[in-house]
Design a protein around this ligand. Sequence first.
Ligand SMILES: Cc1cc2nc3c(=O)[nH]c(=O)nc-3n(C[C@H](O)[C@H](O)[C@H](O)COP(=O)(O)OP(=O)(O)OC[C@H]3O[C@@H](n4cnc5c(N)ncnc54)[C@H](O)[C@@H]3O)c2cc1C
Length: 385
Amino acid sequence: MPEVLIVGAGPVGLALAADLRVRGLDVDVVERRPAADGGTRAIGIHSPALAALETSGATDGLLERAVRIRRGEARADGRLLAAIRFDALRARHPYVAALPQAETVGVLSALAPAVRRGITVTAVRQDGAGVRVQAVGPDGDEELRADVVVVASGWAGRDLVYRPGVVRTRGYSDRYVMADVTASGDATALVHLERSGVLESFPLPGGRRRLVAWDGNGTDAIARRRYAAADPADAAARLREAAAERAGVDVEIAAASTFGVRRAVAPALRNGRIVVVGDAGHEVSPIGGQGMNLGLLDALTLAPLLAPWVRRGWEDGLARWERDRLASARHAARLAFANTMLGRRAGATAHAARTAALRTVLRGPGGAVFTRAYAMRFDRAARTE
Ligand SMILES: Cc1cc2nc3c(=O)[nH]c(=O)nc-3n(C[C@H](O)[C@H](O)[C@H](O)COP(=O)(O)OP(=O)(O)OC[C@H]3O[C@@H](n4cnc5c(N)ncnc54)[C@H](O)[C@@H]3O)c2cc1C
């Protein structure tokens, strides 16, 4: 029986497994997917997460592959609103490390114990001094046991730990279109806040950039039909048009994907010997780029508490960990919501007012606060970086 069983080999489960391995814990990881997910979602890793990943040795591997974004620009109507200086932060890593999520997962997989793939967990129950896990694998049903189970299953596995309705989930009507494209440009992150909606352009390794554009409101009938069809070529054409109109760039895009946004923060992350980390416990709008970072920080601040708990029964710090992680998730969810609002289409007057207000805020002391918030300096875990 392992000391710790981790459900889910996404970035958060793998980061925890890699860290616990270095700390000498006996860890198993189970994952329902037969192979690693090659799709890319998260691209930016912020300083607190990079610092926390140093224990497992992951930071060096990530930085070898990543582009370091030291500067960002907020632009409107073709003009600079404000520069965002990550390199001016007092942080251990004064930049955002940008690389595709699949590469992050690759680096973490190499450091974590081998994942048992093709195992879908169907139930997790406390059982005396341990936890009993029901699962279905290639050979049928199986039962697993561990001293502590950490659920890192993303939102898909939330029902393993929370009763329906316990995690209040709010869906937004905003829809976005996204693609990673070959494009010129330096390592500056660009956010174009235009009347027709936001266009974000973030550098990636290998002369590529991640483009994300606000793509309409998903509640009207036309939008619902359009998203139901979800044709990657159609989406690519809309993204190309948005890039040309909002940022003045002409770029080849063969296929693009669309996504909507939701917000959910669970009321608790721990029930006895079952602990929840990552998207299983909270989901924030990708417009803000903090979801994976939050989860990594859940996992990596939990890691040092696990050995004393499992081996000596010391629960010191767990209540505080849970409070801090929930507070950080609520903060990130509010920030992501604000970003989502700012990125919507606006009428001429509202856009002019929004632009003027942002210019004033970002060029004054508010600019430093914004940069700190964006770089997760207000996450509770940043205090110990
Ligand atoms: C378009 C987009 C862009 C994003 N950009 C950013 C960004 O720039 N920065 C950022 O920080 N975040 C970003 N995010 C959010 C980020 O992708 C997620 O927060 C992150 O993937 C969560 O990691 P996780 O390990 O908690 O969950 P997941 O990545 O969902 O991994 C969970 C794993 O658990 C497995 N699993 C689920 N149920 C079971 C089960 N019952 N049994 C066994 N295994 C199970 C799944 O197969 C999966 O492999 C973005 C998200 C999207 C959609």
